[in-house]
Design a protein around this ligand. Structure first.
Ligand SMILES: NC(=O)c1ccc[n+]([C@@H]2O[C@H](COP(=O)([O-])OP(=O)(O)OC[C@H]3O[C@@H](n4cnc5c(N)ncnc54)[C@H](OP(=O)(O)O)[C@@H]3O)[C@@H](O)[C@H]2O)c1
Length: 292
């Protein structure tokens, strides 16, 4: 069998870092995409023979092109076994006060970065499928937020819904080329993203206008408290990494993989409950106050 090269984005911390370690220890050769120098050096210093650190900011088209050229050179005629689009961030803000630049940057990170990487890597994945006579993989990270939304993280939800739709579409398109496409949909996973999101939401609280503070402050605070509770019940980054590995090893990968009891429960609710009942369950947890 040819060597199995995997490219994964957003590997400085959390699920990405855990996945790099797990896959490299399992015999895959992993291109570990990171956007900052410190993280690049950390992977270099790990001296793991199966880890190839790669500078890759997914919001930069040129960085994507250069990274994929480097990948193409290394994998040669063997091709690329799998692309894992994992990079992500989260911002929270009342909709009427959002900053366009921050919202666009989030969409660039989650959605456009993922789409451009798929475009650049499809020829390399096809090469693997042809050379090996077996299937290659694309795995995109969605979230429970790909099927059900949470207040004040509207751009995160929009990006995650879009990722699931995109993945389902290319699953049809690329199956004839023996490239399987899946989305993994974690519930809460204990990683830095929660602290980063909380910081962003607290910063937006500081910047609220007087009217904005009256309308949103209490409900944002309540939403933060609920999100802290959800995070505390989250699974580990290693548990999420195991699902990535499962998709890579599955003979017939599914479209969707739910991670954690919360994610499975939400899937069940979306599937079997009317929206009104699901919303009233979420509203009971949120306990939002009327602000008019
Ligand atoms: N944790 C959860 O509960 C949860 C649940 C569902 C889905 N997810 C998804 O899981 C993925 C990984 O997040 P995580 O939970 O592991 O959080 P994390 O520890 O914050 O990891 C996010 C990673 O994405 C990287 N990243 C952010 N912007 C980037 C960019 N422009 N280019 C390249 N890399 C970038 C970060 O790098 P820097 O260090 O350079 O910022 C970091 O390595 C995200 O897509 C997230 O939406 C997480």
């Amino acid at each position: 069998m040819p060597q199995k090269y995997v490219l994964i984005t957003g590997t400085s911390s959390g699920i990405g870092a855990a996945t790099v370690k797990l896959l490299a220890d399992s015999g895959y050769t992993v291109f570990a995409g990171v956007r900052n120098e410190k993280a690049l050096q950390q992977w270099q210093q790990s001296n793991h023979p199966q880890i190839i650190p790669l500078r890759l900011d997914v919001t930069q088209t040129k960085a994507i092109e250069e990274a994929c050229q480097e990948v193409a050179k290394t994998v040669g005629e063997n091709g690329l076994y799998a692309l894992i689009n994992n990079a992500g961030n989260c911002i929270g803000v009342p909709t009427e006060e959002f900053e366009e630049e921050a919202a666009k940057h989030l969409m660039e990170t989650h959605f456009w970065g993922m789409a451009k990487l798929c475009k650049a890597c499809i020829p390399l994945l096809r090469k693997y499928a042809q050379a090996s006579g077996s299937s290659a993989r694309i795995i995109n990270i969605g979230s429970t937020g790909s099927i059900s939304s949470f207040p004040f993280i509207q751009f995160y939800n929009a990006a995650k819904f879009a990722i699931l739709g995109f993945t389902e579409s290319i699953r049809f398109e690329l199956a004839p080329q023996n490239i399987h496409c899946s989305a993994i949909l974690p519930g809460a996973v204990k990683t830095e993203i929660w602290n980063r999101a909380e910081e962003s939401i607290k910063a937006s609280l500081q910047q609220l206008s007087t009217e904005g503070a009256h309308l949103y402050r209490d409900n944002i605070t309540t939403a933060l408290q609920l999100s802290n509770k959800l995070e505390n019940k989250g699974v580990s980054a290693q548990a999420a990494a195991l699902i990535y590995k499962k998709v890579l090893q599955s003979r017939k990968p599914k479209l969707k993989y739910f991670i954690g009891a919360d994610s499975k429960l939400m899937h069940w609710m979306v599937r079997y409950l009317p929206d009104s009942l699901r919303h009233s369950i979420i509203n009971t947890q949120l306990k939002f106050k009327k602000t008019l």
